[in-house]
Design a protein around this ligand. Structure first.
Ligand SMILES: [Zn+2]
Length: 81
């Protein structure tokens, strides 16, 4: 593990206060193709990452398993500066 990639998070399970959580960002993801003269080249889709539309937590404590939606929108908002 690269220590520069490990950051302290302020997130805790709202129910049991566990610091072991699965974090999921849901984002729009756009793929665009150009149809030319009636033909589509499936290999030439253009990928565009989109806006984050939701950010969810699930407690990893087996006795809890609580799920919730964060008020903030992305994982970087949880990092303690
Ligand atoms: Zn919990």
């Amino acid at each position: 593990m690269d220590p520069k990639k490990i950051h302290k998070s302020k997130a805790r399970c709202p129910k049991c206060k566990s610091k072991n959580i699965t974090l999921t960002e849901i984002a729009e993801h756009t793929i665009t193709w150009r149809q030319i003269d009636g033909y589509i080249n499936m290999d030439e889709g253009h990928n565009e990452p989109g806006n984050i539309v939701g950010f969810y937590g699930q407690c990893d404590n087996p006795a809890c398993k609580y799920s919730w939606k964060f008020r903030c929108l992305q994982v970087t908002n949880l990092i303690v500066q």
